[in-house]
Design a protein around this ligand. Structure first.
Ligand code: 4AD
Ligand code: MG
Length: 467
């Protein structure tokens, strides 16, 4: 092979014709006739393929038998102006090396069935498809944009632990972490599990949120964000829930609930705009294949101001809707937690734009939220998005030591395991706020995919943890 350096296809497609180039990638399709073959080559750098044109007389007949969909190639040749439509340049092949053959009888992506359901059954190979290439590139762009956004604002990226003893959300749906022998569990005098014999000497689990540790960071360096995997053993088999998902949790000292909402709104708009500015090829591909309203829906959230309503106002709207004949699967009245059908009614039907809900009944929210003076509600906020429902959950935090301790007791939670957290209120407590953005929920919105299993490379859901 020549001494040329490989150029990525994304770069090649933007280059001027007339140069010798080396491209490497996987064959998407091969067509042609006895005289000339056309090979569409993709290397994952872009949704677009480069067309390789091979004059059959220059190559061994056997070569083209080995070039099948999925095979990997190294192609050297001249970058020329393309005769066909659809691309500006193509490669007139001089040398073609098959790096790896791909048996057409066995290759799982050879099948006519390219449905997302089928691809989930061959999830180890689905990353090779155009769809997952596009999703992975958008996912990467969003991760980068998140770090960029917070860096430009001077936030500190805080690494919070994945193994923890605290159930931050108080929902109790945690995955336990243990090295105890499950066939021979040591018991204490009362007959309970003797966790002092476990690896950490106490009961530990995978984190459901980095928030509580995030508050330690925010009350030290002012503004932090976390961005990491989060684990929830809730048995919800829905298109919006994963057992392992990624969450971004900013936490800010001296922010009240209004500052919190302003930041959340600015943040999601920034991310959607970043995708529009940097991922248009992939967006247009996904739009053409899965969701014709994608780009318009994305543009729709960047240019407008989100609606802000209290939970109580939202209940009134929903109750009126029911009275007017709107049918919901789940009942709604003051005190219930909204289901995604309610959230989507508010966003898609009633307001026609993203909605930020605030001031929820204390009973349906976590212990750390700031208590309002009415004695019934807390200063939480949820950002609701079209097609998704809840994309962000957050709150102003209860900064008063006394009120926080009272709430912990009311809920029957153990103060002992939370002393480290309560110390933030003992020593120089400050008003502070934060929120959590579900990374895959955001990706549902910016890819148009309908199922959360299709926006994460290796999904974990009940009864499914392959690879
Ligand atoms: O509303 P949640 O439970 O809030 C918290 O965890 C807070 N500690 C955040 C904070 O204030 N720092 O979760 C936050 C977001 C949700 O709005 C949703 O987008 C996402 O995380 N989320 C999930 N995403 C995928 N699968 C699941 N099972 C999810 N549970 C929550
Ligand atoms: Mg929530």
């Amino acid at each position: 092979m020549s001494t040329l350096k490989r150029t990525k296809i994304k770069t090649l497609l933007a280059m001027e014709p007339g140069q010798q180039v080396l491209a490497k990638g996987w064959v998407r399709t091969k067509r042609g006739n006895k005289q000339v073959k056309f090979i569409a080559l993709n290397d994952g750098s872009t949704i677009n393929n480069i067309q390789v044109v091979a004059d059959a007389s220059l190559f061994d007949e056997d070569l083209f038998r080995r070039i099948t969909t999925g095979a990997s190639l190294a192609v050297t040749g001249e970058l020329t102006e393309s005769q066909g439509s659809g691309q500006a340049v193509e490669i007139q092949a001089r040398e073609i090396e098959v790096l790896g053959e791909c048996d057409p009888m066995r290759f799982p992506l050879q099948k006519k069935d390219t449905s997302l359901e089928y691809l989930r059954t061959v999830a180890h190979m689905r990353l090779r498809t155009n769809t997952f290439g596009a999703v992975l590139r958008i996912r990467n762009a969003m991760a980068f944009a998140i770090h960029k956004f917070f860096n430009e604002k001077g936030f500190v990226y805080l690494h919070t632990p994945l193994i923890t003893e605290s159930d931050a959300e108080g929902a109790g749906d945690m995955f336990q972490v243990t090295t105890l022998d499950l066939k021979n569990i040591p018991l204490d005098k009362k007959g309970g599990v003797d966790f002092s014999r476990d690896f950490f000497g106490k009961k530990t689990s995978l984190t459901v949120s980095g928030q509580l540790e995030g508050e330690l960071g925010a009350t030290a360096v002012g503004e932090i964000y976390t961005f990491g995997p989060t684990f929830r053993a809730e048995n919800s088999n829905t298109p919006r829930h994963l057992a392992e998902f990624w969450m971004i949790e900013p936490e800010m000292a001296f922010y009240d609930i209004k500052d919190d909402m302003d930041l959340a709104e600015e943040f999601v708009k920034y991310l959607v705009q970043y995708a529009l500015d940097n991922c248009m090829d992939d967006l247009l591909f996904l739009q053409s294949k899965y969701d014709e309203g994608l780009v318009e829906r994305m543009r729709g959230v960047t240019g407008i101001t989100f609606e802000r309503v209290t939970y109580t106002q939202a209940v009134e709207i929903l109750e009126k809707a029911v009275a007017d004949g709107v049918k919901f699967e789940f009942p709604v009245h003051w005190g219930t937690d909204f289901q995604s059908e309610h959230e989507r009614y508010l966003v898609e039907k009633y307001f026609g734009k993203p909605v930020i809900l605030t001031d929820f009944p204390a009973a349906i929210k976590a212990f750390y939220m700031k208590q309002n003076d009415d004695g019934k509600t807390v200063r939480g906020m949820d950002v609701l998005f079209p097609k998704i429902g809840e994309i962000i959950g957050g709150s102003e935090r209860e900064a008063s030591l006394e009120k926080l301790e009272r709430r912990i007791d009311e809920l029957g939670m153990s103060r002992k395991n939370l002393e480290w957290y309560i110390d933030t209120r003992r020593y120089g407590t400050v008003p502070h706020s934060g929120f959590g953005l579900g990374f895959e929920r955001l990706l549902l919105f910016v890819t148009g995919m309908a199922n959360i299993r299709d926006v994460i490379p290796f999904p974990r859901t009940p009864k499914n943890a392959e690879f």
